[in-house]
Design a protein around this ligand. Structure first.
Ligand code: SOE
Length: 372
């Protein structure tokens, strides 16, 4: 284990900047065996907003150019918009700096592959921050599947519903632009569900092999924030996909930003020959489990001491929230760097997801099933 604190630099100070900074601040209190971290530098463009973020998130300093930072820190967190994932991450890796990058790994498959290649060449830890893998109930679900408790897996269903774009007057942002984001609901939300599916059932089903995808944009242009002009929406507002796994299991997936009434409703259901599982992010401390010897689903509260990460927090029954997933993933990521061990989800996992996103897009373009 390294004894010097790891100097962390983060690019981005908005939603994800806040989520990861909170996680870094929680680590010494709840995960005392985590490597020591110094919140060193926060990078962005707007100096006033940066100074405010550095103050609130307790970082030592700010920088307006990521090029000054990537080889000057021990770990680089890329929490910027998707179009900023590739160049700074590759530069950091080329400088031998480990990288933690938000999802989706990149706007395009090509860029994601280049990032994974850079990680491979650098031979340093490179993680893709799919935080939902670190929900204790999800890890419990994976264990049940890996142990064969569900038998042969036949069905995997995942849907991620949000509604923040249903109003056509919601202003245009980078998330609506294909150059900046790569895709819309598909890459932003679908990437999470597809990664969870790979994580939870992947060992039992083998990889996703064939895809039939459908993308839809319901509102084609949106006003700029100042209301002065209209800008084109060049990404999907929603996607759905049917996916065939190697073992023949059927995957049914969807995500939308037009799911009226649903704010952050992410659900996964799995059925096998001997049982089933149901998970909902809105009840993230629970897993509904159907076992071979029972007649119906039972709700398991996944907050026991021996459930993943729970011994670091509160006594059984004292529930965790969304923010804890970031603490868990930061703990694993930083421990992997300090202990020189493997971290998953890696950039390679990010590429696997990107291959599926790409296949869904290709299928929609061609109007036919495609191989991943
Ligand atoms: C989009 O609204 C978003 O913030 C995603 O970008 C996150 O990955 C997801 O966890 C919550 O929703």
């Amino acid at each position: 284990m390294t004894t010097e604190p790891l100097n962390v630099g983060i690019l981005g100070y908005r939603f994800m900047g806040k989520a990861h900074s909170n996680a870094l601040a929680r680590l010494p209190m709840f995960f005392p065996n985590a490597p020591d971290v110094n919140r060193d530098v926060i990078v962005g463009r707007n100096e006033e907003a940066l100074a405010d973020a550095a103050d609130r998130f307790d970082f030592d300093r700010t920088a307006t150019d990521w090029q000054d930072v990537v080889d000057d820190v021990d770990v680089f967190y890329n929490l910027g918009p998707n179009h900023l994932h590739h160049e700074p991450s590759v530069a950091a890796l080329e400088a031998g700096t480990p990288v933690f990058c938000e999802k989706p790994l990149a706007p395009t498959l090509n860029e994601a592959e280049e990032m994974a290649q850079a990680a491979d060449d650098a031979d340093v830890t490179a993680g893709c921050a799919f935080n939902y893998r670190f929900v204790p109930a999800i890890q419990y679900a994976k264990k049940l599947v890996d142990e064969g408790k569900l038998g042969e897996i036949h069905h995997v269903r995942g849907r991620y519903l949000q509604d923040w774009l249903v109003d056509p007057d919601v202003p245009w942002s980078w998330r609506n632009d294909t150059e900046l984001a790569g895709s819309g609901a598909l890459g932003d939300l679908g990437a999470h569900t597809l990664d969870l599916a790979r994580f939870v059932v992947g060992q039992a089903t083998g990889p996703m092999e064939r895809v039939s995808g459908h993308l839809q944009t319901f509102v084609n242009e949106r006003p700029t924030t100042d209301g002065e002009e209209m800008r084109s929406v060049t990404v999907d507002d929603a996607y759905s996909a049917q996916i065939e796994f190697e073992n023949g299991a059927m995957g049914t997936f969807e995500a939308t930003r037009f799911g009226t009434g649903h704010k952050n409703d992410h659900t996964v259901e799995i059925q096998g020959s001997k049982g089933g599982l149901r998970f909902s992010l809105e009840r993230l401390n629970e897993l509904e489990v159907l076992r071979s010897d029972s007649r119906g689903y039972e709700t398991v509260l996944v907050t026991d001491e021996d459930d993943p990460y729970l011994d670091h927090w509160w006594p059984p029954g004292h529930v965790l929230g969304w923010e804890h997933t970031f603490v868990h993933e930061n703990y694993e990521f930083l421990s992997a760097i300090a202990g020189d061990s493997e971290f998953a989800p890696s950039f390679e996992d990010g590429v696997r997801v990107q291959q599926i996103l790409d296949a869904i897009q290709r299928s929609d373009d061609l109007g036919q099933w495609v191989t991943v």
